[in-house]
Design a protein around this ligand. Structure first.
Ligand SMILES: [Ca+2]
Ligand SMILES: [Ca+2]
Ligand SMILES: [Ca+2]
Ligand SMILES: [Ca+2]
Ligand SMILES: [Zn+2]
Length: 587
């Protein structure tokens, strides 16, 4: 047995024994032989396939006289072997349908796995034949998410590795080495099993720390965990402040904070620093509105827009701990949208009684996983329908994910549009698909592509996956397709060999026609108008929305509060002669 063979065998056995004793004694994978390949014909690296682990030779002395970077045989470095073992441990520890393998996450967690064994935050000392580490998860200036992201998986992994190392130190400071390390290992392994990427590690650490299955009432070490992850920008405001997606009532956007019980008492508890809405008309310029905070509620009003406008908006919150979040929480599609004004529904599918008039299929045919039913929240799928009980989607019930190397499609019946103008597709979507450079989701109408998911221009390790985390209203103009007098919709998804997400989930798919043009500005006082001076200009006696100046839009006291008025309230406001703003239902 050569040196490298012997050292790799010893280090791998150590990693196995450590895992069995400290992380997961019941992991069946530990009982299998793990292939370890040494002295591969390259230098300065090592890799894991997710099961077996491989190591490269040492650099040979230069024969050309030119200096070359000298690297050690990587099988002789204990922490490099632990790191590669850590990748395989990660791949074999993920709970199906809960966690997922993410490259940067795996790098950072593998560095931390090694650091647990060596108790050294420096990773790969000796790699370049010196004591300087190749990577460091305990540098004097902590790395922060997202400021220190570079797009390179080892660099980005150092941020979560750093958070885990900071957390381990905090546990040891509070409980002493033995108990503190045990607590740190417990939450580390929980996060390894259940996280889908670096940002989700925070909530999974809290889940692993919790003692009653409910993190909204706090967890035993919540303050310590908030602090450690907050240092690295990874204390997710959805947890620390209990933030949920903003609500919208007509043009009023609001959000509520609901921190876990007891968290306000933590030293350095995070608070909202700024909350704002950025809004625009589709394809227009964005405008920012600061949300007014009162108690636990933050509210702002987008100026009233005329019927037929598609308004798009996002809500961004910055916290005192430097963390931030935007809603919609989907980097591949950053703006909510809503349609102003009434529409006539020409055809809808709610999937409550199946999708018998749709067809679906796949290439290869056995990868067709379209089904109607109740969504189960698998692989990022919704946990409930948008409307009623049932939805139409790709794999609702097995593992949630579409399959690799597949071309999937679902096609609507042909919808008659004779005599209809201003036709639009308006539907609710919950889509999970890898960056479009790799996996492509498309909406087709009469064979023409009318939407596809964001695609990075070049191959990247740091793509923007499209991951809806709530039901998203989606409006698509079908005027060009509708000119033929009929339309057929088709939802498609093509996948590559790697990374599969939840795929399409659809509900309340409607073909609509925009209502007739608004009557504001025609000089007649039509129903619902407070005034009409024959134009739709602001700044004169009658505002652009046929409100009296100072009563409509963003400064009204009477009409922007509460739900859309029901018949009685609507009538009483009208008969009392109160200033009535034109209100239409928005999707
Ligand atoms: Ca709890
Ligand atoms: Ca439904
Ligand atoms: Ca893929
Ligand atoms: Ca699915
Ligand atoms: Zn690695």
């Amino acid at each position: 047995m050569g040196d490298a063979q012997l050292s790799a065998f010893v280090f791998t056995s150590t990693a196995k024994a450590y895992t069995r004793a400290n992380l997961n004694p019941n992991l069946a994978w530990l009982n299998e032989a793990i292939p370890v390949v040494v002295n591969e014909a390259s230098t300065c690296n090592a890799y894991s396939t997710g099961d077996d682990i491989h190591f490269y030779k040492a650099t040979q002395p230069s024969t050309t006289g030119q200096p070359v970077r000298q690297c050690q045989n990587t099988a002789r470095l204990s922490d490099v072997v632990y790191h590669e073992f850590g990748h395989s441990l990660h791949a074999n520890s993920i709970i199906d349908g809960v966690g997922a393998f993410d490259g940067a996450l795996s790098e950072g967690m593998s560095d931390m796995f090694s650091a647990f064994i060596t108790d050294d935050h420096g990773m790969g000392r000796g790699f370049f034949m010196s004591d300087a580490p190749l990577r460091d998860i305990g540098p004097s200036t902590p790395l922060r998410w997202p400021d220190d992201l570079t797009g390179e998986v080892h660099d980005d992994g150092e941020i979560v590795g750093g958070a885990m190392w900071t957390l381990k130190k905090a546990f040891v400071a509070q409980y002493g080495a033995e108990v503190g390390n045990a607590k740190a290992r417990k939450v580390f392994y929980g996060a390894l099993q259940r996280s889908v990427d670096i940002p989700t590690t925070f909530a999974e650490v809290l889940v692993a720390d919790d003692d009653d299955g409910n993190i909204s009432n706090g967890t035993p070490n919540m303050c310590l965990i908030n602090n450690a992850f907050g240092t690295h920008g990874l204390a997710d405001p959805q947890v620390t402040l209990g933030l949920t997606p903003p609500a919208r009532d007509n043009f009023t956007i609001s959000m509520t904070i609901n921190p876990p019980a007891g968290s306000e008492a933590c030293a350095n508890a995070a608070t909202v620093q700024t909350a704002e809405v950025e809004w625009k008309k589709r394809d227009g310029q964005t405008t920012k509105i600061v949300l007014d905070g009162a108690g636990t509620s933050y509210t702002g009003v987008i100026p009233t827009q005329p019927a037929g406008t598609i308004v798009e908006y996002k809500v961004s919150v910055k916290l005192s701990d430097g963390s931030a979040i935007s809603y919609p929480h989907n980097e591949a599609d950053e703006f909510y949208q809503f349609y102003v004004g009434d529409v006539e529904k020409l055809w809808c599918a709610d999937f409550e009684n199946g999708a018998d008039d749709w067809t679906h299929g796949a290439l290869p045919a056995n990868r067709d996983e379209w089904e109607v039913g109740r969504p189960m929240g698998l692989a990022g799928d919704p946990k409930s329908a948008h409307g009623g009980q049932n939805v139409f989607g790709v794999d609702l019930t097995l593992d949630g994910m579409y399959r690799r190397n597949a071309q999937l499609w679902a096609e609507s019946p042909e919808i008659d549009l004779q005599g209809k103008t201003n036709v639009r597709l308006q539907y609710y979507r919950w889509l999970g698909v890898e960056d479009g450079f790799f996996d492509n989701a498309r909406v087709m109408a009469n064979g023409a592509k009318v939407w596809s998911n964001y695609a990075s221009p070049t191959e990247t390790m740091n793509g923007k996956d499209h991951a809806d985390k709530e039901w998203r209203f989606h409006d698509i103009d079908l005027a060009a397709q509708a000119a033929s007098g009929k339309v057929r919709l088709r939802f498609e998804l093509d996948s590559d060999p790697g990374l599969n997400l939840g795929g399409w989930t659809l509900d309340d798919v409607c073909i609509v026609a925009a209502a007739p043009a608004p009557t504001c500005g025609n000089g007649n006082l039509d129903e619902g108008e407070a005034c009409d001076d024959g134009n739709i200009d602001d700044g004169d006696a009658c505002a652009a929305t046929c409100d009296l100046p100072g009563t409509g839009g963003d400064d009204t006291g009477c009409c922007s509060v509460g739900a859309t008025p029901g018949g009685a309230a609507f009538l009483s406001l009208f008969t009392l002669g109160a200033l009535l703003r034109r209100r239409k239902r928005n999707n």
